[in-house]
Design a protein. Structure first.
Length: 257
């Protein structure tokens, strides 16, 4: 039996019913992580699993088996959605799917932008709309989306991803206003992070060193850096934070050193 359930039974025996009720509300939290099988989504799933939460994770190409309180389901966000596996109540939603396609603007076709928008923006919209009834049944629901440091900083060859993630930042603020006060909405804007998504940008020692040196903190971010921030934004400790774009980027967006 998970230790937090043991704590609950102890509190009941001690007649601490109010405290026990609050603990059960915390224990029984349900989270949906879209793209939970790799990268930041995988790291976030591992982080939340430490607290005995029920996690509903999806995967597209990286098949993953359910275990313990983690339930995995196949989902292609670019197609028709089937979220019949969701519980009646959701306390948090995190949308992790993304793509990095860095090419000169003149080599990009309009369809490239549309495909990226379909994955990174329309996919998020479809998921949020489908999950909204369950999120509304939570006392303190939270939605976490992902942007990029490139949106507000401006980098060469980042036009495609900046268009999509710029839309995500606008969506974050609009939904935070519309869903307040019951559902919080925030976005995390990372810099280059060591995940399978960025493997081609970090596949040699020279690339890793050069990218690390671009950051004031002189290292490349890892999935856990971003996942810990997402876990915080999902938690009750972030209950007074909404409509924010949180930069977790090794200082790149603000420091010139």
């Amino acid at each position: 039996m998970p230790p937090r359930f043991l704590e609950y039974f102890f509190l009941v025996e001690q007649n601490s019913e109010q405290v026990a009720h609050e603990l059960v509300s915390e224990i029984m939290k349900n989270y949906l992580i879209i793209g939970a099988s790799s990268g930041i989504g995988e790291a976030l799933t591992a982080e939340l699993a430490k607290f005995d939460y029920r996690i509903y994770g999806t995967y597209n190409s990286t098949e993953t088996e359910s275990h313990g309180n983690i339930h995995y389901h196949h989902l292609d966000v670019t197609g028709d959605l089937n979220l019949d596996f969701l519980p009646e109540k959701l306390d948090g939603l995190v949308y992790c799917p993304g793509a990095i396609n860095l090419r000169p603007f003149k080599r990009l076709k309009p369809q490239d932008f549309l495909d990226d928008m379909n994955l990174q923006v329309i996919g998020a919209i479809k998921i949020i709309q489908a999950a909204l009834p369950a999120l509304k049944k939570s006392e303190n629901a939270s939605i976490v989306l992902f942007s990029t440091v490139a949106v507000q900083s401006g980098f060469n060859f980042h036009s495609q991803v900046s268009v999509s993630k710029g839309a995500i930042e606008g969506l974050t603020k609009a939904l935070a206003a519309e869903f307040s006060p019951t559902i919080r909405v925030n976005a995390i804007a990372p810099s280059l992070t060591d995940t399978p998504l960025s493997a081609n940008l970090l596949n040699t020692d020279q690339k890793r060193e050069a990218n690390a040196n671009r950051h004031p903190l002189k290292r490349i971010g890892n999935a856990e850096d971003i996942a810990s921030t997402a876990a915080f934004l999902l938690s009750d400790k972030a209950s007074w934070i909404s409509g924010q774009i949180i930069h977790v980027d090794g200082g790149m967006s603000t420091l010139k050193v």
